[in-house]
Design a protein around this ligand. Structure first.
Ligand code: GCU
Length: 342
C-alpha cells in the first residue's frame, strides 16, 4: 500500500478546532448542527441530484439513524455538489468541515493506490457480485481504514455505480477503433486516463458537474458512465449515442471524518453501521429499476442505446490489470475480491 500525504493536515490544533466545529462538541447532549434539539446533524456531500437512487437511499439512511439513536444523530444530505466537487469534499471531510461524503473509487486511488482495484475492468462482473463484497471488511482487509492517519477519514462502505459504458455526440461506438481521436471525459485518476489511452482515444479529466457543458461546448466528444447518471445529469441531451461497452462496474464509497466517528458512543456507532448496511441494500434494490426508467426516459428524450462488441473493449483493457496491480497489497486485495466473488 502507498498512501500519499496530499491531505496532510497542518497541525493538531487545526484538527482539534475543525473537529470540534464539525461535531458541535460530543455526542452527549450537544447542540445540533441545525440548531434544533439535542442531537448532532451530520452533513453529507453528494454530487447527484434528488432523483438519483443514492440521494433517496442516503435520505433514508439519515431517517433510520435518527430513529435508532433517539435523535442523537441525524444526517442532512446536500445533493447537486452544492458542498463541492468530489475532490473538494474529500478535503472537507478530511478537515472536518463536512462529516460525510460519497466519492467515486478513482478519487481514493489518488490517496491510496490499493483503491485502483475497485475501478479495474473485469474485477466485478455484475452489480450483485460487487455488492456481495463491497461492504464486507472481512474480505477487503484494512483498505477502508488505511486513510485514517494520513487523511483523517474512514471509508464506511460502498454503493454500486452499475456498469459504465461510453456515450458520444455522433454515431455509436462499435469497437475501440471507433474511438480514435475522440476526446473523452474521464474521472480524475491515472487508471481512467490509461483506460482511454488504451482504447486509442484522448482522455480529458474533468469533474462530474462539468461534463454537460463540456459536451455542449465541444470541449469533449463523449464520456462514460452508467445510465442513471446519463439520464439524471441530462448528458443524453448533448451526447445521444450510448454504446454498451460495459467496460467496468464502478464503485462509490461513503467516507466519514474520523473525529465525527470517534465522538459516537459504541451503541450509536453500531446503529450507524447497521443503518448504512440497510442503505446500501436499499440502494442496490433501487438501482435496477432506476436504470430501466433512465433508459426509457432518455430514449423518450432522443437517445439511442446500442449493443456493441463489448468483448473488444474488455480485450483492449485487459493489460491494465498487470499495469496497475503491482504491489503486494493490491494483489492481495484483488485476490480476496476474486476469491469471494468467483
Ligand atoms: C457516477 C458516480 C459518481 C461519479 C460519477 C463520475 O455517477 O456515482 O460518484 O462522480 O460517476 O463519473 O464522475
Amino acid at each position: 500500500m502507498r498512501t500519499t500525504s496530499r491531505l496532510a493536515l497542518t497541525g493538531i490544533a487545526t484538527v482539534a478546532a475543525l473537529t470540534l466545529a464539525a461535531c458541535g462538541g460530543s455526542s452527549e447532549g450537544s447542540e445540533s448542527g441545525d440548531g434544533g434539539g439535542d442531537g448532532k446533524t451530520m452533513k453529507l456531500a453528494l454530487n447527484q441530484n434528488e432523483e438519483h437512487p443514492s440521494f433517496i437511499a442516503l435520505e433514508a439512511f439519515g431517517e433510520e439513524l435518527s430513529e435508532a439513536t433517539d435523535g442523537r444523530w441525524d444526517i442532512e444530505v446536500h445533493p447537486n455538489a452544492t458542498l463541492g466537487a468530489q475532490d473538494e469534499t474529500i478535503q472537507l471531510v478530511s478537515d472536518g468541515g463536512v462529516d460525510l461524503s460519497i466519492v467515486s473509487a478513482p478519487q481514493l486511488e489518488n490517496l491510496n493506490d490499493d483503491f485502483v482495484v475497485f475501478s479495474l475492468p473485469t474485477v466485478f462482473d455484475s452489480v450483485e457480485s460487487q455488492m456481495s463484497v463491497i461492504n464486507d471488511q472481512e474480505v477487503l482487509g484494512d483498505v477502508y481504514s488505511s486513510l485514517e492517519e494520513s487523511s483523517n477519514f474512514s471509508v464506511i462502505g460502498g454503493l454500486t455505480q452499475g456498469a459504465r459504458s461510453f456515450y458520444v455526440e455522433d454515431g455509436p461506438i462499435e469497437t475501440p477503433a471507433d474511438m480514435a481521436g475522440k476526446k473523452i471525459r474521464v474521472q480524475e485518476s491515472p487508471v481512467f486516463i490509461a483506460m482511454i489511452e488504451a482504447l486509442g482515444a484522448s482522455p480529458t479529466p474533468m469533474a462530474y458537474g462539468e461534463v454537460y457543458t463540456g459536451l455542449q461546448s465541444g470541449v469533449i466528444d463523449g464520456a462514460e458512465n452508467n445510465e442513471v447518471s446519463y439520464f439524471t445529469q441530462k448528458h443524453f441531451e448533448v451526447a445521444p449515442f450510448w454504446s454498451y461497452s460495459n467496460h467496468l462496474v464502478g464503485a462509490d464509497f461513503l467516507i466519514a471524518n474520523t473525529g465525527t466517528l470517534d465522538s459516537m458512543s459504541e451503541e450509536d456507532r453500531a446503529a450507524f453501521d447497521e443503518a448504512w448496511q440497510n442503505a446500501a441494500d436499499n440502494h442496490t434494490e433501487l438501482w435496477g429499476e432506476a436504470t430501466e426508467s433512465a433508459i426509457a426516459d432518455a430514449e423518450a428524450g432522443g437517445a439511442t442505446f446500442s449493443e456493441v462488441d463489448a468483448a473488444s473493449f474488455t480485450e483492449a483493457l485487459s493489460p491494465l490489470i498487470d499495469q496497475f496491480v503491482t504491489t503486494d497489497s493490491q494483489k492481495a486485495l484483488l485476490e480476496a475480491i476474486k476469491g469471494a466473488t468467483e
